[in-house]
Design a binder for this molecule. Structure first.
Ligand code: ZN
Length: 422
C-alpha cells in the first residue's frame, strides 16, 4: 500500500555562505567607488546582472523563464502542471548610486530558498518560482515588471500618449523586450498561490525596536499632485508690498501650513513638497507663477483620498490670502495595499520556528508586493536597515539579519506551499 509521508522540514535552513557568495558577486556588477551599486533598469549594468542571474538559475538546475515585460525567473516545477505557483522575488535594478541590499537580497534569497528545497528533495504541491521584476525603481516606469505580471500595463505606459517614451522603447528593445508586447505579460490570479518578498526596511522602525524581522501589514498609497499658484508679475521695486499678487508667498504659506496640517490631522500620513518652479524666476520681478510638486502618502486608500481633498482646500485658502488663483492636478497615483493575513501569519510562524523576533509594521516605501497584493495573497518580510539609510551607497544590513530574513522566507514559503495541499 502506498503511503505518503510529509517530510519534516522544520530543520531546513538556508546556506548563508552560499547566499553571501552570490551577494558579493552580484554587488560587483555596477559597483561604485562609494561602495554601492548603480544598476539602473535596462542599463548595461542591469542587463549584465540579469544575465548573471539567468546563468545562476541554470547552473543550479532550474528553468529560466522570462515574460513579455522582461521579468526574469528561475522555476522549480512540481509534477502537476496545473498546480499554482508560490512566487518569491524582488528586483535587481537600483537607483543611480544606490545600495547593494535594496532588491538584491529578495531575489538572491528566493533563489537560495529554491536550492534548499531542491537539495531536500521536497515534492511540493506547487511550482516554486523566484522572479526579478523589471524596473522596480521606476527609472522608466515605476513597478513596470510587477504591473506587467498583474496585467496592469497598458500601451499608454510605453506609447507617447502622455509623455515622450521613445528612449524607454529603445531601452526595452535593446534588452530584447518588444514594447508592443509588454501588455501580454499578464498572468491569471489562479496561476499563483501567493507572493513573498524579502526586502530591507529602508527605515528605522526595526532597529529602534531591536527587532530582526518585520511582517509588513500595509504598503503606503502615494499621490503626486501638481499645485499651481497664479498671481501677477510686476516691478519688484515700484509695486507696494500690500498690493502684490505674489505667487511665491501663497505657495510658501501653503507649504508650511500643509506640513503642519498633515502632522496635526493625519498621524499616519506623509506630506512632501519636493520641487518648486517659479516664473518668471527673476530677482527683480514679482513671481507670477509657482508650480509645486507635492506628494501625499497614507497606508489607507480612503484616508489618502480624504487627505488629498483637504490639501486642495487648504491650497485654495492660501491662494485667497494673496488674491491668487490655484489649480491642483493629480499627476500620479499608486494605491495603498494590504498584505494578506495568510502571509502575515506564515511570516510570524516562520520567525517563531527559527527563533527570531518579529513585529508587524507598515511600509512607507513602494515595492513590487504593492502590485501583487491586488492580485494574489502577498507578504513582505523586512530586515533592519542600519540607521534607516537606503537608496544610498551607505545602505547596510547586518549579514546575520539577511540570513534570518532568508530563513523566514524559506519557512513562510514552505508553509504557503504545503497549505496548497489542503
Ligand atoms: Zn527595493
Amino acid at each position: 500500500m502506498l503511503s505518503l509521508t510529509v517530510p519534516d522540514t522544520t530543520r531546513l535552513r538556508i546556506n548563508g555562505d552560499r547566499l553571501r557568495a552570490d551577494f558579493e558577486e552580484l554587488a560587483e556588477i555596477g559597483a561604485t567607488v562609494a561602495g554601492g551599486v548603480s544598476r539602473v533598469a535596462l542599463s548595461n549594468e542591469d542587463l549584465e546582472a540579469r544575465a548573471w542571474f539567468a546563468n545562476r538559475v541554470e547552473d543550479d538546475g532550474f528553468i529560466v523563464r522570462d515574460d513579455d515585460a522582461g521579468n526574469l525567473s528561475g522555476v522549480m516545477f512540481c509534477p502537476n502542471p496545473n498546480a499554482p505557483t508560490v512566487l518569491l522575488g524582488s528586483h535587481l535594478d537600483s537607483v543611480p548610486n544606490g545600495g547593494r541590499f535594496d532588491g538584491s537580497i529578495g531575489v538572491l534569497a528566493g533563489l537560495e530558498v529554491l536550492r534548499v528545497m531542491k537539495e531536500a528533495k521536497l515534492t511540493l504541491p506547487v511550482h516554486m518560482e523566484v522572479i526579478n521584476f523589471t524596473d522596480e525603481e521606476g527609472c522608466w516606469q515605476s513597478l513596470f515588471g510587477s504591473r506587467g505580471l498583474t496585467g496592469q500595463l497598458t500601451t499608454a505606459h510605453v506609447s507617447d500618449l502622455h509623455t515622450d517614451n521613445s528612449t524607454f522603447r529603445a531601452a526595452l528593445q535593446r534588452a530584447g523586450i518588444h514594447p508592443e508586447d509588454v501588455t501580454k505579460a499578464g498572468r491569471k490570479p489562479s496561476q499563483l498561490k501567493a507572493y513573498l518578498e524579502l526586502h530591507i526596511e529602508q527605515g528605522p522602525q526595526l532597529e529602534r525596536a531591536e527587532c530582526t524581522i518585520g511582517a509588513v501589514t500595509h504598503i503606503v498609497g502615494r499621490s503626486t499632485l501638481r499645485v499651481t499658484f497664479n498671481g501677477q508679475a510686476g516691478h519688484s521695486g515700484t509695486t507696494a508690498l500690500d498690493k502684490r499678487r505674489d505667487a511665491v508667498q501663497g505657495a510658501a504659506l501653503f507649504i508650511l501650513q500643509a506640513h503642519q496640517f498633515v502632522r496635526d490631522e493625519y498621524p499616519d500620513g506623509i506630506f512632501n513638497c519636493g520641487n518648486v518652479v517659479v516664473k518668471p524666476g527673476l530677482f527683480n520681478v514679482i513671481p507670477e507663477q509657482a508650480v509645486l510638486t507635492v506628494e501625499c502618502r497614507h497606508i489607507e486608500e480612503d484616508i489618502l483620498a480624504e487627505m488629498e481633498g483637504a490639501i486642495e482646500m487648504l491650497s485654495q485658502r492660501c491662494a485667497d490670502e494673496y488674491q491668487l488663483s490655484v489649480g491642483v492636478v493629480r499627476t500620479a497615483h499608486m494605491s495603498a495595499a494590504h498584505m494578506a493575513e495568510l502571509c502575515l501569519q506564515a511570516i510570524e510562524d516562520a520567525s517563531r520556528l527559527i527563533g527570531t523576533s518579529c513585529k508587524r509594521l507598515a511600509s512607507y516605501a513602494g515595492h513590487d508586493a504593492q502590485m501583487l497584493a491586488h492580485f494574489t495573497p502577498s507578504g513582505m518580510i523586512f530586515i533592519p536597515s542600519l540607521g534607516g539609510v537606503s537608496q544610498n551607497p551607505r545602505e547596510f544590513s547586518r549579514w546575520e539579519d539577511v540570513v534570518a530574513g532568508a530563513n523566514v522566507l524559506l519557512h513562510a514559503a514552505l508553509k504557503l506551499a504545503q497549505e496548497a495541499k489542503a
